[in-house]
Design a protein around this ligand. Structure first.
Ligand SMILES: *Cc1c(COP(=O)(O)O)cnc(C)c1O
Length: 219
């Protein structure tokens, strides 16, 4: 018998999350600052979709694994600087954090230069209008969608948000889903460890989960 104090395994946590979010929603394992043994456990449990916040950390962790396992999908969920665009388009299958035209231009150039298949893009929307947070403003979204559709050689597939900490997330999730519908974007990335079930109910297609999946992160 398993005692109540034993932490749940990554496999158990994953199964519980998958049951909660249902079939139509993809679990993105947010693996930033997680130890290697937990990444291995996640892979053993069948997890194939991972989100990373930093290009360099992701390169170190995933370059070899990507060359061995064609089923992996790597998603950039953290802010991207233009000088990392070339590395990012070569590593990630999906970039969730496009938020400005300057970055769009850098991505287009990086794809031309490297010749890689263009990653799918999501635009990050700063639904809470927080000055310190990445994401295009709600007012600026239409222009960025138009510019992306005009100039990006790959696909714009959806929107992503990180609601302000300490505020109810539901209005932000509802707003992001509404904006995605208005712009005919099928993918909606929202919901983290504390609120993924709510996000799934409000239309998320992708939830990004770190601690509820892996356990607490390294400092
Ligand atoms: C860290 C992170 C997550 C996961 O956060 P948890 O609260 O650990 O689930 C999701 N999205 C982004 C953008 C993150 O940086």
């Amino acid at each position: 018998m398993k005692s109540d104090t034993q932490p749940v395994s990554i496999r158990e946590a994953r199964n519980r999350i998958l049951a909660e979010i249902g079939d139509g929603v993809t679990l993105v394992a947010a693996s930033k600052r997680q130890p290697e043994d937990r990444i291995e456990k996640a892979l053993e449990a069948g997890q194939l979709v991972f989100g990373e916040n930093r290009v360099q950390e992701a390169q170190q962790r995933w370059t070899d694994r990507l060359s061995r396992d064609a089923g992996l999908e790597l998603r950039l969920i953290g802010p991207l600087q233009t000088n990392k665009a070339e590395d990012a388009v070569q590593l990630f299958h999906v970039i969730e954090t496009l938020d400005r035209e300057k970055l769009l231009r850098a991505l287009v150039k990086a794809i031309e230069k490297t010749g890689v298949a263009p990653p799918d893009l999501l635009i990050q929307v700063n639904t809470g209008d927080e000055p310190q947070k990445g994401g295009v403003s709600v007012d600026g979204l239409a222009d960025l969608v138009a510019a992306t559709r005009e100039t990006y050689p790959g696909k714009l597939v959806g929107l992503m948000c990180i609601p302000p900490a300490g505020e109810p997330a539901a209005p932000h999730f509802a707003l992001l889903k509404k904006l995605a519908d208005e712009h005919k974007l099928a993918r909606v990335s929202m919901g983290m460890s504390g609120d993924y079930a709510l996000a799934a109910r409000l239309g998320a297609t992708h939830v990004r989960i770190g601690t509820a999946f892996f356990g607490a992160r390294d400092a």
